[in-house]
Design a binder for this molecule. Structure first.
Ligand code: HEM
Length: 445
């Protein structure tokens, strides 16, 4: 067995039932420090990021007791989403009737375009494709169109810039979030600031153009339309400045495409490894969709695909940790968590904890989710791919829809297996990514 940490390849003995040598036991690879500190300090401990103390939590029971003491609004977030989201999203992403249908159509169009490109590539004698980049770019295009009604070109531009911002910040910089770390990497900080400004500029022009079109009486019911409506006088929320609208758009654009794209990408890795599940899903698509056009109403019938998605985001949660900040003192048993404490909840650790899932914790077994939405986890708060409580992800349903559309179309047109060039290097770059991409060998059906 060979096992390396960091962004190096992780190879292990072949797990039973799988056709490759990729290990899913990733906690010590993606969070080496937490994995080693857990051994000496347990599943709840305090650590320091420079001058800032953080409470590390990988114990669902502690989490339950802690969140039981807190009303949703008493949680803040350390650095992201500082404002209260209620005026914008309420309890979820509100869509007016018919929107899911229109969104499904846009998703089908973009995915089909991507698959046509793959087919051309394969026909020209190149069956190997890095599907990670392709899927992320297409998901970026989908969110750009469905949420902001922006053009393909503008969507691509924002996508490319966000990606380079992420790479600049996370590729080699291990100090993200550490106070004064900017002083340690002045070149990168300047570069990040420059890209950040360019992204702001693109969104600002989108927001201003939309405001102008509203003034001329044109209404659009996409996310930006909703944000603008709710933030105007007469809406439920307060008026948001253009600056705030740009921030919300960026959070939404980023949170809305990469997470789902990664879930699809990791699924393709697992299905490439498990040809049996690839066939099961293809069969399900044949039964449920057949020759019909893919639309939102049919997707609910793809039950096994739902189990697969749940299992994939258990093993590879696109959002590998959840953060909170206590807005008041929180009492957990005889311990007090003081107001202002930052909390870092290790989702990867809980999803890979044999005490919660059993000895087969690192195996791909979608059937765990057959009759149980918690996948047989011994604690309901041990499975948190979308976060928890009042701040849970607002895009869950949309992501299930997008996931099922992408996979349905991919499975209907191609079979695929891992390329010998694939190197399994999961790492955290804000989200949990395959840092060397995902090279697959595709075969048209
Ligand atoms: C597989 C797909 C996805 C995963 C795994 C995921 C995961 C998460 C997680 C873990 C959080 C933090 C929740 C918390 O702090 O408790 C979050 C928040 C959020 N997600 Fe998602 N997400 C996904 C898809 C989406 C999509 C498609 C959208 C939008 C279209 C979206 C929009 C958001 C927004 C706006 C927030 C911030 C909510 C807040 O803090 O108030 N997400 N997501």
């Amino acid at each position: 067995m060979k096992k390396k940490t960091g962004t190096k390849s992780v190879i292990s003995t072949t797990p039973e039932g799988s056709s490759s040598n990729v290990t899913h036991d990733i906690h010590s690879t993606v969070f080496p420090y937490f994995s080693s500190w857990q051994k000496s300090h347990g599943k709840v401990f305090v650590y320091w990021l420079g001058t800032e103390p953080f409470l590390y939590v990988a114990d669902p029971d502690f989490l339950k007791k802690m969140s039981g003491q807190v009303l949703a609004k008493c949680w803040g977030k350390p650095s992201v989403f500082k404002r209260d989201r209620d005026p914008m999203f309420g309890n979820g992403l509100i869509m007016v009737e018919g929107d899911d249908w229109a969104m499904a159509g846009l998703m089908v169009d973009s995915t089909t375009k991507m698959l046509d490109k793959w087919a051309t590539h394969i026909n020209s004698g190149n069956p190997e494709i890095d599907v990670e980049r392709e899927i992320t770019a297409t998901a970026g295009e989908v969110i750009a169109k469905t949420s902001f009604g922006i053009s393909y070109d503008n969507g691509r531009l924002v996508f490319e810039k966000l990606r380079s911002l992420q790479m600049t910040l996370f590729k080699t910089n291990r100090f993200v979030g550490v106070p004064f770390s900017k002083l340690l990497c002045p070149g990168k900080t300047l570069e990040a600031r420059r890209i950040g400004k360019e992204i702001d500029q693109i969104f600002l022009s989108i927001v201003n153009a939309r405001k102008e079109s509203i003034n001329q009486g044109q209404l659009q019911t996409d996310l930006l339309g909703l944000l603008l409506k709710e933030s105007q006088v007469g809406g439920k929320g307060r008026t948001l400045s253009s600056r705030e609208l740009v921030d919300e758009c960026k959070t939404f654009f980023f949170g809305g495409h990469e997470t789902t794209a990664l879930a699809i990408t990791w699924t393709m890795l697992l299905l490439a490894e498990h040809q049996d599940w690839q066939n099961v899903l293809r069969e399900e698509v044949r039964e449920v969709i057949g020759d019909k056009e893919v639309d939102a109403t049919l997707l609910g019938g793809l039950k096994k695909m739902g189990w697969v998605m749940n299992e994939v985001i258990r093993l590879y949660p696109s959002a590998p940790n959840v953060q909170r900040q206590a807005r008041g003192d929180i009492q957990v048993g005889d311990q007090t968590i003081p107001k202002g404490t930052n909390m870092w909840i290790d989702v990867v650790a809980m999803h890979h904890d044999p005490a919660l899932w059993g000895d087969d914790v690192n195996e791909f077994k979608p059937q765990r989710f057959k009759d149980d939405i918690h996948g047989g986890c011994k604690h309901k708060m041990g499975y948190l791919p979308f976060g928890f409580g009042g701040r849970m992800c607002v895009g869950r349903n949309l992501s299930f829809m997008e996931y099922k559309i992408f996979l349905t179309l991919i499975l209907s047109r191609f079979s695929f297996k891992l390329s010998p060039n694939y190197s399994h290097c999961p790492a955290i770059m804000l989200s949990l990514r395959p840092t060397q991409g995902l090279s697959l060998i595709l075969q048209p059906l």
